[in-house]
Design a binder for this molecule. Structure first.
Ligand code: AMP
Length: 396
């Protein structure tokens, strides 16, 4: 795996694909600059070598239309503030002006190009568009893990035009190493925790990780399909009736592969899907009719805690309950505590994919786990065992 550390950027222009698809408020101010801060080490390395940086990214879903709302003009100040450097802006990414600004760019300077997705050729993976972009820089750097699962012009196709001069940025390298550390080089025992609403969206992940892990903890809404498949009464909890056979097959597969599967033993049940409801703790296999499990109960947390504290490698994706409602957040909070404690005692813990990242940030666990992935979809596809187009293009 080649990274920016394998190149000397002195006198060179690095064309860096970043993922500045940041959240914004109604006034279009950036509300979370994590993705900008995450590429700072890559930018610093290039500038410190005596190179210049050309940043290209998408923002939102403008679908090929040039709209003020999705303009990168709105985030220039924040990019400049977070990177601690002045940023030159070009209101296009492939026209003559972009070429002119790139030609004039001096070592130590940063040029930010306008939203790539103002051109429909970006998402279409158009070769002519990728070639035009490629003319702007000498070395192509991909530091956009968040879009690495897309085969777009700037994330994958463009790499063809830099047969020798292409590499990963430091964020991308960190993300790939974290996944590798869990899926290929993980110290045993390895425990994966999968939560979230549905089995159907996680099935490929389960199939891919089963041969690699020692323990699989299943929580969230998806646990009830397994509990019902094992003969439990789940009341009106979330269930995918058409996945009951599949759940049984997964349990059998786990047994053959000597993977311990841990399901909730008790749940916090409610009589309606609302914060404003009665709750009771009951056996996960004997939920009364008309009641639904919306969080795991204290005995489940205790069981999961013991498994986690004896693990050396931990992978977590998906909440154990409906954490958006305070009443049903406790199970996921306790899980976060257990993972934090295991990490403090020396385990490697990786949190990734959609809601679990939002959760760790909201509840302040982000500096208590070993690594929090910046890519939702890209992380999930990596866990599914798929080779990401943005990674393959740089490695080929
Ligand atoms: P996913 O996008 O599949 O990772 O699912 C995340 C969602 O699962 C969150 O919005 C949670 O509220 C939801 N969830 C977690 N546990 C349950 C449950 N027991 N019943 C219904 N939804 C749940």
């Amino acid at each position: 795996m080649k990274t920016v550390n394998d190149f000397d950027f002195a006198g060179k222009k690095a064309l860096v694909r970043v993922d500045f698809n940041v959240p914004q408020d109604e006034q279009l101010r950036v509300t979370d600059a994590t993705r900008i801060a995450a590429v700072k080490p890559t930018v610093e390395k290039i500038l410190n070598d005596g190179g210049a940086v050309i940043l290209m990214t998408h923002l939102g879903r403008p679908k090929g239309e040039n709209t003020d709302k999705f303009s990168l003009r709105n985030i220039i100040d924040e990019v400049s503030r977070v990177l601690g450097r002045e940023v030159i802006f070009c209101d296009n990414c492939t026209d003559a002006r972009a070429q002119e600004l790139s030609d004039k760019l001096q070592p130590g300077e940063i040029l930010l190009l306008e939203n790539l997705r103002f051109h429909k050729e970006e998402e279409a993976g158009d070769s002519a568009f990728a070639e035009k972009l490629s003319k702007l820089g000498d070395i192509y750097v991909n530091d956009a893990f968040g879009t690495a699962h897309r085969k777009h012009a700037s994330t994958a196709v463009i790499a063809e035009y830099f047969p020798e001069n292409k590499c990963f940025g430091l964020l991308m390298a960190q993300e790939l190493e974290a996944i590798d550390k869990v899926l290929h080089k993980g110290e045993k025992p390895i425990t994966a925790i999968l939560g979230g609403s549905k089995v159907s969206t996680k099935i490929t992940i389960i199939e891919n990780i089963l041969p690699k892990v020692d323990n699989l903890i299943i929580g969230g809404g998806m646990a009830f399909t397994f509990i019902k498949a094992k003969g439990g009464n789940i009341g009106s909890s979330l269930v995918e009736e058409d996945k009951l056979d599949l759940a049984q097959q997964i349990i059998a597969m786990a047994e053959t592969q000597k993977v311990n599967v841990y399901l909730p033993v008790d749940v916090v049940a409610a009589d309606k899907f609302s914060e404003d409801t009665e709750t009771q703790i009951c056996d996960a296999y004997e939920i009364p009719d008309g009641w639904m499990g919306l969080d795991v109960g204290p005995q489940s947390n205790k069981l999961f805690h013991d498994v986690l504290l004896s693990s050396r490698t931990i992978l977590w994706n998906g909440p154990l309950g409906v954490f958006e409602m305070k009443k049903f957040a406790e199970g996921t909070i306790k899980l976060g505590d257990s993972i934090a404690e295991a990490t403090r005692l020396g385990a490697f813990s990786l949190v990734g994919g959609g809601d679990s990242v939002a959760f760790v940030k909201q509840f302040g666990y982000d500096d208590k786990v070993s690594y929090v992935s910046t890519g939702g979809g890209a992380m999930l596809e990596s866990l599914e065992g798929k080779e990401l187009p943005g990674v393959a293009a740089v490695n080929s």
